[in-house]
Design a protein around this ligand. Structure first.
Ligand code: NAD
Length: 298
């Protein structure tokens, strides 16, 4: 069997376009564009790249982008004061504080300061709690993007066996909640799981969110399984090359011979994350302005 490639890049491009159209009609109704504020503290090169591409994507989706770049030695109190300002600003619908923050700042305190209705990353405990009890919330972008790819490919997930590898607050746990809400039978595996290959072998759906290059081996997969690879890992550079290749948590070449469908790295889950961030911002804008939006259409 040769797996179908799940083209997250193309799916994300379509989602971004749809979000852009809805954002334009929001602007006509509300007299302003949806606004996303992104806060970056420090000089982390990867974070700088993320923030730049989020800003560009926001503008392309007919939204207003507000960037706040603060120096590495910013005090926690200063960052909290900025978050308060953004909470109170009616031009801003979504607030994203780029993680990780410098060590002297308490990340949880900063996330807790974001107004839950502007928490488009879905990291605030109120939104995590709402997701856990099945109330309307903001869902973290990466797992929501994975879910969109899964339902697009499989339709109804009822009764399917799903194994999520990884239990982080931003990927593994919300992913498991979403699969459970969709009536899958869900197992969360993690670093202490015994016999991981056997656990993965029973899965119709495998979501790998670990951060270990090519850990999931082809013979761990049930024939025909749908594999969503969240991991982003850079291999050491080959001789003569400056940078190593990016790979996921799944041995892609081998898995392609067993799975029914699989996301590539890059070009699978990665592009979905920004697209869903824009989607969440669009939803926040409608909720904040009291304008109806059928949230299923985006
Ligand atoms: P994390 O480090 O917070 O969590 C990793 C999880 O993997 C932990 O829960 C741990 O229990 C589990 N784990 C570690 N070793 C394991 C092992 N040997 N066997 C089974 N489980 C094991 O990471 P995270 O933030 O959830 O991210 C996971 C990966 O996804 C990383 O590669 C990250 O770069 C990537 N990621 C990608 C996107 C995207 O947009 N595509 C977004 C977020 C994270």
């Amino acid at each position: 069997m040769t797996a179908q490639i799940i083209d997250g890049k193309a799916f994300a491009a379509r989602l971004r376009e749809r979000v852009g159209e809805f954002a334009a009609s929001f602007a006509e109704k509300a007299g302003r564009k949806p606004g996303l504020a992104v806060v970056l503290v420090g000089e982390d090169p990867a974070s700088q790249v993320y923030v730049r591409s989020k800003g560009k994507a926001t503008i392309e989706a007919n939204m207003e982008s507000f960037e706040h770049r603060l120096p590495d030695d910013t005090e926690e109190a200063g960052l909290l004061a900025l978050v308060e300002e953004l909470n109170a600003d009616p031009a801003i619908d979504g607030i994203l504080v780029q993680l990780p923050l410098p060590d002297h700042i308490n990340e949880q305190a900063v996330i807790a300061a974001i107004a839950p209705d502007k928490d488009v990353d879905g990291f605030h405990v109120i939104n995590a709690g709402r997701l856990a009890v099945g109330q309307r919330s903001f869902v973290p972008c990466t797992p929501l993007g994975c879910m969109m790819l899964l339902t697009d490919r499989l339709g109804d997930l009822s009764g399917l066996e799903a194994v999520v590898i990884g239990r982080s607050n931003i990927v593994g746990k919300p992913m498991a909640q979403l699969l459970l809400d969709a009536n899958a039978t869900v197992t969360i595996a993690h670093s202490r799981t015994k016999n991981l290959p056997d656990v993965v072998r029973r899965a119709d759906i495998v979501v790998a969110a670990v951060g270990r290059a090519e850990m999931v081996q082809p013979d761990w997969l049930k024939e025909g399984a749908t594999v969503i690879d969240v991991g982003i890992n850079r291999l050491p550079p080959e001789p003569g090359k400056e940078k190593g290749r990016l790979v996921g948590d799944v041995d892609f070449a081998g898995a392609q011979q067993r799975a029914g469908a699989i996301t590539p790295v890059p070009g699978g889950v990665g592009p979905m994350t920004i697209a869903v961030l824009l989607r969440n911002t669009l939803v926040a804008a409608h909720r904040n302005a009291g304008i109806d939006l059928s949230e299923d259409v985006v």
